[in-house]
Design a protein around this ligand. Structure first.
Ligand code: FE2
Length: 295
């Protein structure tokens, strides 16, 4: 009987932690990718990678997160989609993004939740999330035009199947951004129009599921989110699912397909504010030119 009571108490404690503690426990991580043969035209490029903010109104704990994140001074800041959960989060989201400091600019792509919102019923949202149902099926649209307009009003650039050359002092570094692949709004071919063949290419995509296309297109680095790192991780096992239609190597972290690197961030939020062994993360992705060996 004692073991049953202990098991029940442990489960209650784990649920309380997953609902009330871990979703607020912001972590910082630095990952470094090195490139040979002067492929990277600058010595170093420091990118702040944020994703899956899922802003709704009155989320003061996310404001606290951004107070800490805004102290960072990367070269460039990118946000790979799901900036909002619902329309009522647009203002708070834009206010926080406007606080970011990045010398070369702030760039965003859209995710499925920027286009479509959850129903707002907590238990229904858990069931839909567990079933991996995408809200596009439920026709609950967010005002994506207002989101894009307000982001651009504070100086953030939204790449919707488009690209831009980063204003680095030397060389050609291009950012390409696709609209959300989950809603099938992505068009990588259109996004790459005008990008020189030999340029160093960084692709921003909400979901990592277009990794094969990115590798075929000669992308050097893909930055993605959408998986939330699995959101709930089982001890000694890891993430239960990646939420992608095409398989990816892992729910978060760094991986490589051919010459194309992929970084998936666990992100900051989720439709359902529930995390276990997968805390919110702001990631610094350092791209470095590998020094020639001495011998
Ligand atoms: Fe998300």
């Amino acid at each position: 009987m004692l073991w049953l009571a202990m098991t029940v108490l442990s489960l209650i404690a784990a649920c309380c932690y997953a609902f009330f503690v871990e979703p607020r426990r912001l972590t910082f991580r630095t990952v470094t990718i090195e490139f040979d043969d002067y492929r990277l035209p600058v010595e170093k490029l420091v990118i702040l990678h944020l994703t899956d903010l899922h802003f709704q109104r009155n989320e003061s704990y996310k404001v606290s997160m951004f107070q800490r994140i805004a102290a960072l001074t990367p070269d460039v800041a990118v946000i790979t989609g799901d900036l909002i959960e619902r329309d009522d989060g647009i203002q708070l989201c834009v206010e926080q993004i406007s606080r970011l400091q990045a010398q070369l600019g702030i760039y965003c792509v859209l995710g499925n939740h920027d286009h479509f919102r959850s129903g707002g019923n907590f238990f229904e949202d858990i069931i839909y999330a567990a079933m991996n149902v995408i809200y596009v099926d439920r026709k609950l649209r967010n005002d994506v035009s207002a989101l894009v307009r307000q982001l651009e009003d504070v100086g953030a650039r939204v790449l919707r199947n488009g690209n831009t050359r980063l204003p680095v002092a030397a060389g050609d570094v291009w950012l390409i951004g696709v609209d959300d692949p989950v809603c099938q709004n992505d068009d990588l071919r259109k996004g790459m129009v005008g990008v020189p063949d030999g340029a160093f290419k960084i692709l921003l995509s909400h979901s990592p599921e277009l990794m094969d296309d990115a590798a075929a297109a000669g992308i050097d680095v893909v930055l993605a989110g959408h998986t939330h790192g699995g959101q709930i991780r089982v001890p000694f096992f890891g993430a239960l699912r990646t939420r992608t239609r095409k398989p990816v190597d892992a729910a978060s972290g760094l991986s490589r397909r051919g010459a194309t690197w992929l970084h998936i961030s666990p992100g900051l939020g989720g439709s359902v504010p529930l995390r276990f062994l997968c805390p919110p993360q702001a990631t610094i992705v350092e791209l470095k030119r590998r020094k020639p060996s001495e011998d």
